[in-house]
Design a binder for this molecule. Structure first.
Ligand code: KE4
Length: 425
C-alpha cells in the first residue's frame, strides 16, 4: 500500500503530539486524507517512509530555494556544529550574516536575528509601536504574519471598527488594536486611517502575498500605501518572510521598487534552520534594546549553527544572482504548461505567479484578495492535490498556499508535473 508506514507513524504521532503535527497545515485537514511522513530529501526530491519519491513544490514552505541538503549549507553546518552550536554569547558569524543581509537588501541599516517569522513580525510591530508611540496596526485579510496574538484577528463588525479575535485565547483587548483591510483595496485602508487618525503605528503587509495563494499587489495599491504611510507618519512594514531572498537579492522592495520602513525575514535567510530577522534604518533600530527602550530577546537568537546555514545560503545567492532568473523562468514554464492543460480540459482556473511563487486556483474570477481566493477552496482543488500526490508530485496541502520552486527542479521534473496534471483531469 502506497502510504502504509506513513499511516502507522501518523497514528503514533497523534498519541503524543496534538493532531500528530507540530504545525497545523501539515495535517492535511484542508485537503482530507492523512499526511505522508518524510524519511529524507535531496535536491528537488522528497522520499517518504514508504519509499515513494516526490518532486517537492513546497521546499519546507520556502527556505530550501536551492534544493534539499544543498552541499555548501551541509558542509557549513557540519563544520560549525563540531565547534559547538550555541553559546548565548556574541560570535563573529552573526555579524558576517548581518553584514551580508544588509548589503543585499535596500533601505536597511541594521538587522536583529530571531528564530522564526512569527518572532520577526511580532517584534517588528512592537518596535513600530515603540518608535511611533501609537498603538494600532492595520493588517490585511488573508495575510499571515505568524501566530502572535496581534495577527490572529478577523474583520470586526463595521468597515472601520477594530478587529475581533479569530482564535480562542486572543483577547478583545488585543483585537481592538488590530484593524482589518482587504488586499488591493486602497480606499478601505484610507477609510481606516481617517477613522483612526494619529493612532496607527504601522501597516503590515505581505508585499507579494503568499498565504492566500500568490497574490500580486496592483501598482496603485502598493504605491498608495507608501504615500499614505509617509503622509500620516505610519510605518510601512514589509513582511518578506516568503519573498525575502526569494524574489531576488533585494526581495519585494527591489522587485516592486517600493521603500519599506521595516522588513521582516524568515525561511531562506536561515537556509533551512530556524532563523527569522527584522531590519530597518538606523533611526528606527536605535529604539531596540539594549540600545533603546523597546525590549526584545531570544536565547538561541543568532546561534552560530543557524547562522552558518543562513550565511552559506545567502552567500550562494549573492554570488549567483542568475539563480533568481533561472527560478523565475522555470516557474513561468510550469505556469504555462499547467494553464495549457487546464484550458484544454475546460477546467475553470486562475494562475497567479510572481518570480518563483505561483498558485493554481480552481475558480472563474481573478484572485486579487482573500474573498476571491476562498472561491478556489473546493473539491476540485482537493481532487487535484491528491491526484498529484498519488503521481509523486508534492504540492501545498491547502488552496491558500503558494508553490515555492527550488532551483534543483529540472525542466524534465516540470514536464512530468504538467503531464501529471493532464492525468488528474
Ligand atoms: P514562521 O513563524 O512560521 O517561521 O513564520 C510565520 C510567517 C510569517 N510571515 C509569512 C509571510 C509567512 O508565510 C509565515 C509562515 N508561512 C507558513 C506557510 N504559509 C508556514 C507554514 C506553517 O505554518 O507550518
Amino acid at each position: 500500500m502506497r502510504y502504509q508506514r506513513s499511516s502507522v507513524l501518523f497514528a503514533e504521532a497523534k498519541k503524543y503530539i496534538p493532531g500528530g503535527v507540530n504545525s497545523p497545515v501539515r495535517a492535511f485537514k484542508a485537503v482530507g486524507g492523512e499526511p505522508i511522513f518524510i524519511k529524507e530529501a535531496k535536491g528537488a526530491y522528497l522520499y517518504d517512509e514508504d519509499d515513494n519519491q516526490y518532486i517537492d513544490y513546497i521546499a519546507s514552505w520556502g527556505p530550501l530555494i536551492l534544493g534539499h541538503a544543498y552541499q555548501p549549507v551541509l558542509d557549513a553546518v557540519i563544520e560549525k556544529a563540531k565547534k559547538g552550536t550555541s553559546f548565548g554569547i556574541p560570535t563573529e558569524i552573526e555579524t558576517e550574516l548581518a553584514k551580508l543581509a544588509v548589503g543585499m537588501v535596500p533601505n536597511i541599516d541594521k538587522i536583529r536575528f530571531v528564530n522564526s517569522g512569527t518572532e520577526a513580525c511580532m517584534s517588528a510591530v512592537r518596535l513600530a509601536r515603540g518608535f511611533t508611540g501609537r498603538d494600532k496596526i492595520i493588517k490585511f485579510a488573508g495575510c499571515y504574519h505568524g501566530h502572535s496574538d496581534a495577527f490572529l484577528i478577523q474583520a470586526g463588525s463595521g468597515a472601520v471598527t477594530f478587529g475581533s479575535p479569530n482564535s480562542p485565547g486572543v483577547t478583545q483587548g488585543t483585537a481592538k488594536d488590530t484593524l482589518l483591510a482587504n488586499y488591493n483595496d486602497l480606499e478601505g485602508v484610507k477609510a481606516l486611517s481617517e477613522a483612526n487618525k494619529g493612532e496607527i503605528a504601522a501597516i503590515i503587509i505581505e508585499p507579494v502575498a503568499g498565504n492566500m495563494g500568490c497574490i500580486i499587489p496592483s501598482d496603485s495599491f502598493i504605491k498608495g500605501l507608501r504615500e499614505l504611510c509617509t503622509q500620516e507618519g505610519i510605518l510601512l512594514l514589509f513582511d518578506e518572510v516568503m519573498t525575502g531572498f526569494r524574489l531576488g537579492k533585494g526581495g519585494a522592495q527591489e522587485a516592486l521598487n517600493i521603500n519599506a520602513d521595516m522588513v521582516m525575514f524568515g525561511k531562506v535567510i536561515g537556509g533551512g534552520l530556524p532563523v527569522g530577522a527584522f531590519a530597518a534604518r538606523a533611526e528606527i533600530m536605535a529604539h531596540l534594546a539594549p540600545e533603546g527602550p523597546v525590549y526584545q530577546a531570544g536565547t538561541l537568537s543568532g546561534n552560530p549553527l543557524a547562522m552558518s546555514a543562513g550565511l552559506a545560503m545567502l552567500t550562494a545567492l549573492d554570488s549567483k544572482p542568475e539563480i533568481f532568473t533561472s527560478l523565475a523562468e522555470k516557474t513561468e514554464f510550469l505556469h504555462k504548461g499547467i494553464a495549457e492543460v487546464l484550458t484544454e480540459k475546460g477546467i475553470a482556473h486562475q494562475i497567479n505567479r510572481f518570480g518563483s511563487m505561483v498558485s493554481v486556483h480552481f475558480c472563474e474570477e481573478p484572485v486579487v484578495d482573500f474573498a476571491s481566493s476562498a472561491k478556489g477552496n473546493n473539491d476540485t482543488f482537493k481532487r487535484y492535490f491528491h491526484g498529484m500526490l498519488d503521481q509523486g508530485i508534492y504540492l501545498p496541502p491547502s488552496a491558500f498556499e503558494s508553490y515555492f520552486l527550488n532551483d534543483a527542479i529540472s525542466y524534465s521534473d516540470l514536464a512530468k508535473t504538467i503531464e501529471a496534471v493532464r492525468k488528474v483531469f
